[in-house]
Design a protein around this ligand. Structure first.
Ligand code: 5GP
Ligand code: ZN
Length: 110
């Protein structure tokens, strides 16, 4: 009953922007920037630490997908931000590992 597993299996309709054998990316429901995408592995893990225990290759699959996508969409021209939230202080709300990609406008520096 994981919502991102359902999205990955196509059981919930979503605004898909990228897909390969292992990774899928879609638009965030509540965008925090002009462009806001979520990249997930099709195989479930709770968070990045859980993923590294299960199979660290999955992290590489996702970062590779982000690299391909951002080059294809020319987001590398003006730049973008990759964010991974883990746990309550970071505000993680969905417990299927995901990487946010924020782009399309200047982002606040931190
Ligand atoms: P987190 O806060 O866990 O790092 O990020 C979860 C993100 O998932 C949030 O930005 C939220 O807007 C997004 N989100 C939650 N449920 C859905 C959904 O059903 N569809 C889409 N496209 N995004 C979702
Ligand atoms: Zn899942």
């Amino acid at each position: 009953d994981c919502i991102f597993c359902k999205i990955a299996r196509g059981e919930i309709p979503t605004n898909k922007v990228f897909e390969n054998e292992k990774v899928i990316a879609f638009k965030d429901l509540r965008p925090q920037a002009a462009l806001h995408y979520l990249f997930i592995h099709k195989d479930h893990s709770k968070d990045l630490n859980d993923m590294m225990k299960i199979n660290p290759t999955q992290a590489s699959d996702i970062l590779g997908a982000i690299s391909s996508f951002t080059q294809k969409e020319n987001l590398i021209k003006d730049g973008y931000r990759v964010v991974n939230n883990i746990g309550p202080h970071a505000g993680q709300t969905v417990f299927h590992t995901h990487f946010h990609v924020l782009a399309g406008e200047p982002l606040g520096h931190f």
